[in-house]
Write a new protein. Structure first.
Length: 424
């Protein structure tokens, strides 16, 4: 297995281009199944998760046409016919977003058989909200041999669905299903993460009728069919936040290009509170820290527009060398502290108390061999390694390749000493 090596201590300076958002690209790809016409996505990120989901779409009958020119990636998806309504375990267990084909398959074909999902090991991650929502829309759902087997032979019907918990994936699934249902569906307490908004905007450009985009109540009037479109994938706020934190951690000065500060404002607010200089301009964000030590800052993860759980590990890495003690509370996933024991290998002083981590800032980190446990945790280890004295080796980097495009190249261009060693 490949490993990433970092010789820490260099300040990051320069520009980092931000890619299209993984967590928008994946549900957008599943939305393309809703029509037999071509849906073309610009600004796609080049990631293994995108390839894995592409393989599933192929199995279901989609034809994928990638156009790659340098770092620009455009993907056209055309699904003249759905040739299979089964999403097999072998793929769905590897990437959680592939479970989201459930909504489009059921809406377009009246049936679907989708393996229960996998994805990063950060909690139990049940699918009850998807199932209850689709049942409200008239689907009959059974769990058979690890598969969700859903049928709506007479089509889905509009319904009022109030979710007790805000779920990104359930919102994507029910929103897509509702676009082709008969009548009106109202999704209350819907997720309003920027990626959900991006998907909703794309669906509208495919002919869907959706009101309330960007709010927690979505009203969808079902239509008979959707058509093709061209869509530009929104910038990746988690990638942007990760590099912003990396810049701050190394006392650097970095401008994030094609970033939208409004999509990760809560993280920028926390960074400012810690003493980081943040300047947002049209389409870019500059992050700098010159000489001064960071101040301990508390954060609590929340649904959007709160502090994102997908930046919790990275922010914790930042706090490891801050002055004082910071309290980091994780409210979204019950088991998202796997990075704590790995950060300890760098000499970080962190104790866990239920859903809280107390980070007692130390003067410096020291490089160490560490193991990536999930996607965002891997990014936290890179951030720690960039600031640590000496060499860090990060193993199991396939997690990183799932969600960060060309990470060594982007960091290397800003002065980091980082390289990948291929497994022999
Ligand atoms: C999405 O996961 C993202 N994944 C996650 O990013 C992100 O951490 C998460 O949203 C929260 O923002 C993608 O977009 C591919 P949820 P998702 O359903 O949709 C509970 C990354 O690193 N819940 O919003 O799976 C659930 O257990 C990944 O890129 C139920 O109880 O998350 C959790 O506590 C990791 N029942 C909470 O809701 C359900 O049926 C939020 O989960 C569904 C969810």
């Amino acid at each position: 297995m490949d490993s990433i090596h970092i010789r820490g201590g260099n300040r990051l300076t320069g520009d980092i281009p931000i890619s299209g958002a993984k967590n928008a690209a994946l549900p957008l790809m599943t939305a393309a199944l809703l029509t037999d016409e071509t849906v073309k996505f610009h600004n796609m990120p080049q990631l293994t998760d995108v390839q894995t989901l592409g393989k599933l779409l192929n199995v279901l009958g989609a034809e994928l046409e990638p156009e790659i020119a340098g770092h620009s990636y455009t993907l056209s998806i055309t699904t003249p016919d759905i040739v299979s309504t089964t999403a097999p375990y072998e793929i769905v267990s590897r990437i959680r977003a592939s479970f989201w084909v459930l909504g489009p398959l059921l809406a377009r074909c009246g049936k679907a058989r989708v393996s229960l999902p996998g994805g990063c090991a950060i909690g139990a991650r049940p699918v009850d909200l998807y199932i209850k929502g689709l049942q409200k829309m008239g689907a009959q759902i059974d769990l058979v041999d690890g598969y969700v087997v859903a049928a709506a032979p007479d089509g889905l019907k509009g319904a009022l669905i109030r979710s007790p918990v805000v779920s990104v994936g359930a919102t994507h699934t029910l929103l897509m299903a509702a676009t082709l249902a008969e009548g009106e569906t109202i999704l209350e307490n819907a997720a309003r993460e920027p990626e959900v908004t991006d998907v909703a905007n794309c669906l509208v450009s495919m002919g869907a009728k959706i009101d309330g985009i960007g709010t927690s109540t979505l009203r969808i009037q079902g239509v008979d069919r959707l058509h093709g479109t061209t869509h530009h994938v929104v910038a990746d706020r988690i990638e942007a936040g990760t590099y912003a934190i990396a810049a701050a951690m190394t006392g650097g000065d970095v401008t994030l290009k094609n970033a939208d500060a409004s999509t990760f404002e809560a993280a920028l607010v926390a960074m400012r509170a810690a003493g980081v200089e943040v300047e947002s301009r049209q389409g870019e964000v500059r992050v700098a820290r010159n000489g001064t030590r960071l101040q301990a800052t508390d954060v609590v993860t929340q649904v959007f527009p709160g502090f994102p759980t997908d930046l919790q590990a990275q922010f914790m890495a930042l706090m490891t060398t801050a002055e004082g003690e910071s309290e980091i509370t994780e409210t979204i996933f019950e088991n998202r502290f796997m990075h704590v024991q790995e950060l300890a290998r760098f000499g970080a002083d962190i104790s866990l108390h239920g859903d809280k981590a107390l980070v007692h800032g130390v003067e410096k980190l020291k490089g160490a061999p560490v193991m990536a446990s999930d996607l965002r945790a891997s990014a936290a280890l890179i951030i720690a390694g960039l600031a640590a004295e000496g060499e860090t080796v990060i193993n199991r980097v396939y997690h990183l390749d799932r969600g960060f495009e060309r990470i060594e190249e982007k960091l290397g261009a800003c002065g980091a000493e980082i390289w990948r060693e291929k497994a022999s």
